[in-house]
Write a protein that binds this ligand. Structure first.
Ligand code: NAD
Length: 401
């Protein structure tokens, strides 16, 4: 069976590499540079080994393309494109729309279309299906299903095989075919009663994390004001064997999911006249953390950071990945610069970012650790500046939350 995967990023390439052992995979991406690199066997995603990709290419199991007509004889087409926010923080379905256009314009026989991109309830039924139909020149009865991706890039213990997968089709035939597809490589499949439930479950999973992170970030500020250790308090609370789940404070949330998905839920809630006060406030608390951290650093320097050289250590949004989307480091850097600090950053996993390169881990007046990659030596961080503020709780001996 031949499958097409629209979007070859974190989700799409991971899926392509994982399923090429079972199917012939056409990986469609609108970015020609990514397509060229993939066809040379170079993976741009952590967790997808270039050697594996090269093996699939050589054996004819995988091919990347930017030519829409290459998906024309696929039997299943999976959508894995970005679903970000617009400038005014509203759901932005433009990538999804262009993916639907590619499908609509190129398929000439009915297929199963599965959406793995995260979006609000109703997206499959009210947006994806009618958009594909609008772009189709022939009247085709495609089957439609949703199976939200839960991949956590960089994570070793959970992957496509052992992470239970939610799914639902727009009709029972779509559900059955979706189950047949994922059961080839997934241990546990969970069918829900409608695509809307699956879409909402995905958003709620990430909203759950967002509000708990916001709660612990607020608690870090409370603990500091009380003169007690937030980490010791959390460890103490975590001895309760039920009814508590430990989250740890940070400079904020990043990546394509936690800062974005809850806003999709809030937007659809408000559209339906339901309040999303808690979700909105959690988002603000997480965004405000960067300002709080810079305020704490400034307080330790008599309120004045003017002219101080500050090294931000770790700009990826989380450890051991090069992903800088929505990273809290950006806000920390902005706040430091607004206080007159001379800011550089060190992150050899990221390498280059916003036209700047990773600076050496040494010689600063102040170091602020935003993300601690496993490859970065704790002692070197402590030696990089006479004052080190750690937002991760992983650098022992540094000042911190
Ligand atoms: N990254 C994660 O950890 C994660 C986890 C679960 C779910 N998701 C969701 O999966 C979806 C994809 O996220 P991602 O992290 O893989 O994004 P990504 O930015 O890593 O990759 C998306 C890819 O799609 C390509 N693209 C954009 N528009 C396209 C189009 N019209 N046609 C073909 N290719 C197109 C881009 O060039 C890019 O290579 C999003 O909805 C996201 O919320 C992401």
């Amino acid at each position: 069976m031949k499958i097409g995967v629209i979007g070859q990023g974190y989700v799409g390439l991971t899926l392509s590499a994982f399923t090429a052992g079972h199917f012939e995979v056409v990986g469609f991406d609108s970015n020609q540079k990514i397509v060229d690199q993939l066809n040379l066997g170079h993976s741009h995603i952590e967790g997808v080994a270039s050697a594996l990709l090269a093996k699939w290419i050589e054996s004819g199991r995988f091919k990347a393309t930017s030519n829409g007509s290459d998906i024309k004889d696929c039997e299943i087409v999976i959508i894995a494109v970005p679903t970000p926010l617009t400038e005014d923080r509203k759901p932005d379905l433009t990538f999804l729309e262009s993916a639907c256009k590619t499908i609509g314009e190129n398929l000439k026989k009915p297929v199963l279309v599965i959406n793995e991109s995260t979006s609000f309830p109703g997206t499959l039924r009210n947006f994806i299906k009618p958009t594909i139909e609008r772009y189709s020149s022939v009247n085709l009865e495609h089957l439609y299903a949703i199976s939200p991706e839960r991949v956590d890039p960089g994570r070793k213990d959970f992957n496509q095989k052992n992470t239970p997968r939610l799914y639902a089709g727009l009709n029972s035939e779509a559900s059955k075919k979706t189950r047949d597809f994922y059961s080839k490589f997934c241990d546990e499949l969970v069918e829900v009663s409608s695509p809307e439930v699956a879409e909402a479950a995905k958003l709620f999973e990430n909203t759950f994390r967002q509000v708990n992170i916001a709660l612990v970030n607020e608690f870090a500020q409370i603990a500091h004001s009380l003169g007690i250790s937030v980490y010791e308090t959390l460890d103490a609370a975590n001895t309760k064997p039920y009814g508590f789940m430990k989250f740890t404070p940070s400079a904020g949330v990043g990546g394509h999911c936690i800062p974005v998905d809850p806003t999709y839920l809030a937007a659809v809630a408000e559209e339906h006249g339901a309040a999303a006060t808690f979700i909105r406030r959690a988002n603000e608390v997480n965004l405000e953390m960067s300002e709080y951290i810079v305020r704490r650093v400034a307080e330790d320097h008599g309120g004045n950071l003017q002219g101080k050289s500050v090294l931000v250590v770790g700009v990826a949004y989380k450890p051991n990945v090069a992903d800088v989307r929505e990273t809290a480091a950006e806000l920390v850097i902005d706040h430091l610069r607004s206080k007159g600090a001379v800011v550089s950053w060190h992150d050899d996993v990221v390498g280059n970012w916003k036209g700047e390169s990773s600076a050496p881990l040494e010689g600063a007046d102040i170091a602020v650790v935003v993300t601690k990659h496993a490859s970065v030596d704790e002692k070197k961080i402590l030696a990089s500046a006479p004052y080190v503020f750690d937002t991760t709780g992983k650098v022992k001996g540094a000042k911190g939350l």
